[in-house]
Design a protein around this ligand. Sequence first.
Ligand SMILES: [Fe+2]
Length: 301
Amino acid sequence: MSLIIDPGLFATHFNKRHFEIQHRLAAHPLFEIPRLLQLAREMAADRPGDIYYDAGVTNIGSRWGTSPAEFPVDQTIERLETAGAWIDLKAAERSAPYAQVLNNCISDLLQVSGRELERKMRRKEMAIFLTSPNRLSTYHMDSECNFLLQLRGEKNISIFPKDDREVLPEEEIERFWAADTNAAIYKPHLQHRASVIRLKPGTGVHIPVNAPHWVQNDNNISVTVAILYHSWHQEYLDLYAANYCLRKMRVSPKPPFQSRWRDSIKRPIGAAALRLLTLRRGGHLRDVAGNAAGVHDVSPP
Ligand SMILES: [Fe+2]
């Protein structure tokens, strides 16, 4: 068993509130730095679009994709101690040995959740994050359900409640689903609303969809693995796209999921708007310049 998840916590918290978990991957040879360097080189040669990395970011609220690293990814990993870098190896499971680890983790998750969760999983994915000492990972939220596992080094993650509308106003959710993965805006005066979780090798945390978070690494190299799954959220996309467009027309829309009839009117409008917005972005569902989760953006099903 790779993941150790408390069934009681899972039952009460899953995809609503964060909760801490444990895992047994900390000493796994696939996640040693030399092996990850090999993986990064393979990815850079075969699928460079699956690598995101930057350097020198010191502002929690920075947008992704605005601070490119100076060196190729393999050299950045070799200089990780001093590079001030954050590296995201996306979809690591496209390399067969990593797929096996992902499958084991998903199997452990389904043992706790029950098999019905599998029907909601549209795509399962593993992202691997390598972080330089003292580097932060900027504030953002994700569209994927995340089980974040710490393998090497220690760091703090601040996770905010997904339903706090001062931390995360409706406008930011609308923009996130309709237009921009960078839509969540950090509000320093609300930092106290976050739970700060200490991550060290063998520990992890579940991050619900749309729960904003940011990470501060200690003075150590960090290796972290995200076990993610994308779910079927077409209804979210349609309704938030409708509200996004209404707000653009200076209408103040009611949040979705409060009235069935209102949502039934909005949904086709949102679906049409989404098709138009996607076409304008050359087929991308949202602005993917710095996909916050570190995973691929996905088109509506
Ligand atoms: Fe994230």
